[in-house]
Design a protein around this ligand. Structure first.
Ligand code: 13P
Length: 250
């Protein structure tokens, strides 16, 4: 059985004060979460603060991106080794906002994925189609291309120590959630695609859904066979909402 997994992607939100309140609320609510792995991904600047606030708890944390280079003259970038130094466990890689606004191509995403794993972080690899791609019937082809870019370089076994997040771009921050059936269909496709290469890996990898997940729709989404949890944006900024989502995951 795959362990349920819920990660909060705080994106570029928060302040020292608001993060303290948010983490406090999450820790207070953790008694309601039975089995799910709970992860929060703050902005880089708050990682060490979050690390301190979470110390000794069951909640893990991750970054929202990593540099593909190990170290050196890369102004503004954050190395995997620095994140490890902060006791960071996960790294979101290839989020659609990085792909759309910061030039993260499939190749760069694959390099970042490999760098994260090499340095000991577990990548949360994001894939997902644009609205026009869905409307053109290209959802599966797009997701396959994004996965293949990583698997072609890192090998299928690399996914064994990674988490995949399917995030249809049209559902992110729009309040327009994919229906449980639409999400399940793509999750099943991803699992079948992996199982063509390695069925044990396909069975093992957690596949999260992301895109306007809220407490009100989490149950229905998470009850789908191939949906193992969620990557939560807006709703992860409220402790009550986020904990309710984690509770729904299990
Ligand atoms: P929303 O939950 O705000 O739609 O964001 C989803 C997301 O991008 C998580 O990475």
């Amino acid at each position: 059985m795959r362990k349920p997994f819920v990660a909060g992607n705080w994106k570029m939100n928060g302040s020292s004060a608001s993060i303290k309140t948010l983490v406090g609320g999450i820790l207070d609510g953790m008694g309601r979460v039975k089995n799910a792995e709970v992860v929060v991904c703050p902005s880089f600047v708050y990682l060490s603060e979050v690390a301190q606030l979470l110390a000794g708890s069951a909640v893990e944390f991750g970054s929202q991106d990593v540099a593909k280079e190990e170290s050196g003259a890369y102004t503004g970038e954050v190395a995997v080794s620095m994140l490890k130094d902060m006791a960071c466990k996960y790294a979101i890689i290839g989020h659609s906002e990085r792909r759309a606004y910061y030039g993260d191509t499939d190749e760069i995403v694959a390099e970042k994925f490999i760098a994260a794993q090499k340095g000991g972080l577990t990548p949360i690899l994001c894939v997902g189609e644009l609205l026009e791609e869905r409307e053109a019937g290209q959802t599966e082809a797009v997701v396959e291309r994004q996965l293949q870019a990583v698997v072609g370089r890192a090998g299928i076994r690399a996914l064994e120590s990674a988490v995949i997040a399917y995030e249809p771009v049209w559902a992110i921050g729009t309040g327009k959630t994919a229906s449980p059936e639409q999400a399940q269909a793509v999750h099943a496709f991803i699992r079948q695609w992996m199982s063509k290469e390695d069925s044990a890996v396909a069975e093992k990898v957690q596949i999260l859904y992301g895109g306007s997940v809220k407490a009100a729709n989490a149950n229905e989404l998470f009850s789908q066979t191939d949906i193992d949890g969620g990557l939560i944006g807006g709703a992860s900024l409220s402790a009550e909402e986020f904990i309710s989502i984690c509770e729904a995951a299990g």
